[in-house]
Design a protein around this ligand. Structure first.
Ligand SMILES: Nc1ncnc2c1ncn2[C@@H]1O[C@H](COP(=O)(O)OP(=O)(O)OP(=O)(O)O)[C@@H](O)[C@H]1O
Length: 295
């Protein structure tokens, strides 16, 4: 499907959805209720109800310390809730660790850790392939089956590297990639498990402005292929430009949600951002300031 067609389809799906916190969606892929996480005396996340519509690009925004990363970690099994429940494709995810959540079809990107920067681009991809432990067992029990699986994963990894124009770099260390190429590798890695929902953690951070359009194209391509995208980002131009729906967190709570035009003029959102160091909705983003030189 073309980007215009998938954007129009997403807009159709959201037509008539009221821009109010916690509003039900016509066909939610993800539903969370009463999700809470505290650190000592601090309530980092306290989400009464949140639904993410299938087949849309939804942005999760909010000032510094609003709880965006914590909510990402909770939903994807990389942190434990103090209370609440959530489901993906109708299946309850409480208590599942990150790898099992990914196997259900919901993956999140991570900034490349130091350890991963010391591996080649291709090895980074293969490490993100599903069933690593199973393979070792299979490898011990029945080597030919293991080799077949490995060949399939290699092929998938190379297809993805070609798609993200990283195939020529397959044998380079991930640490040698530019900021933008690292973001592409993070996205490519997440697709190794063939997910139906991708959660992107600041996909534009540290990306040279010249590469922003290309990254945006890759994000909208995920929706064109039928995936659901939830992303955390600070760059307001990016957020307003590609989001079908925006959810605003402040002090752990969803204080607003709606289409970009609803959010831009929402008093609560403007209040939440005032007095913080972050961009105000509708203003220019901070990608340019954050950008590092592409190698
Ligand atoms: N492991 C932790 N231990 C203690 N406090 C934490 C921990 N993780 C997050 N917090 C606190 O929880 C609150 C929410 O943090 P979180 O990183 O989720 O916000 P954020 O919206 O992602 O912020 P930013 O935009 O700055 O990345 C903050 O006050 C933060 O200091």
């Amino acid at each position: 499907m073309s980007s215009e067609a998938s954007a129009a389809q997403a807009a159709d799906r959201m037509a008539g959805v009221e821009p109010v916190p916690g509003v039900p969606k016509p066909d939610p892929i993800l539903k969370a209720t009463g999700v809470r996480r505290t650190f000592g005396g601090l309530t980092a996340v306290d989400v009464e109800h949140l639904e993410v519509q299938r087949g849309t690009i939804t942005a999760l925004i909010g000032p510094n310390g609003a709880g965006k990363s914590t909510l990402f970690n909770l939903l994807t099994g990389f942190d434990r809730v103090d209370a609440g429940e959530w489901s993906f494709e109708g299946r309850r995810l409480n208590g599942l660790g990150g790898h099992r959540v990914a196997r259900q079809g919901m993956v999140r990107t991570f900034q490349l850790t130091k350890a991963l920067t010391r591996l080649t681009v291709l090895d980074n991809m293969l490490l993100a392939a599903p069933g690593q432990v199973g393979e070792r067992f299979l490898g011990a029990l029945y080597p030919p089956a293991w080799r077949r699986q490995e060949a399939v994963q290699r092929e998938r990894a190379m297809d993805l590297l070609r798609r993200f124009k990283l195939d020529a770099k397959k044998d380079d260390l991930a640490g040698s990639l530019s900021g933008g190429q690292r973001k592409l590798l993070e996205m490519a890695r997440s697709l190794m498990v063939n997910p139906s929902m991708v959660m992107l953690d600041e996909p534009m951070a540290g990306v040279n402005p010249a590469l922003v359009q290309s990254l945006l194209g890759h994000i909208t391509a995920l929706r064109d292929e039928g995936m659901t995208v939830l992303f955390v980002e600070h760059d307001m131009d990016v957020i307003m430009g590609i989001s079908d729906w925006i959810v605003v967190l402040a002090q752990g709570q969803v204080i607003a949600e709606g289409r970009p035009e609803d959010i831009r003029s929402d008093e609560r959102v403007i209040d939440a951002y005032l007095g913080t160091q972050h961009d105000e909705p509708g203003r220019g983003g901070e990608a340019a300031r954050d950008a590092e030189e592409e190698a």
